[in-house]
Design a protein around this ligand. Structure first.
Ligand SMILES: [Zn+2]
Length: 106
């Protein structure tokens, strides 16, 4: 009878700005235009997906981050200047992949 219920609800799909693969939105890290440590415009991570404004989506891996940097994809996706820094995202990925495992300090 309800055979259609076996298919999942329509999952939002976004394209990764690094590898250009499509993936479920929840598997991607949202990136928005924000301010870096130096007070200049930068691409910043928005893991909650709550920041207003235009966002871009990226696999939360350093590989896709590197691709996005090389393509200048942050600037293009966020409609910012070509000099847009993505460092906050890189730092987030470098530190954040094991964020749940912060009990290593003695
Ligand atoms: Zn990717």
């Amino acid at each position: 009878m309800a055979s259609l219920s076996t298919s999942p609800a329509r999952t939002p799909v976004r394209t990764c700005i690094g590898c250009r693969e499509r993936a479920a939105k929840r598997e991607l890290l949202r990136v928005v235009l924000g301010t870096g440590d130096d007070g200049r415009p930068a691409a910043v991570p928005d893991p909650d997906g709550t920041a207003p404004g235009r966002g871009a989506h990226l696999h939360p891996t350093t590989a896709c981050y590197d691709l996005a940097v090389r393509r200048r994809a942050f600037a293009r996706a966020l409609r910012a200047g070509v000099g847009l820094a993505g460092a906050p995202v890189g730092e987030y990925l470098a530190a954040g992949t094991t964020a749940e495992n912060t009990a290593e300090t003695p």
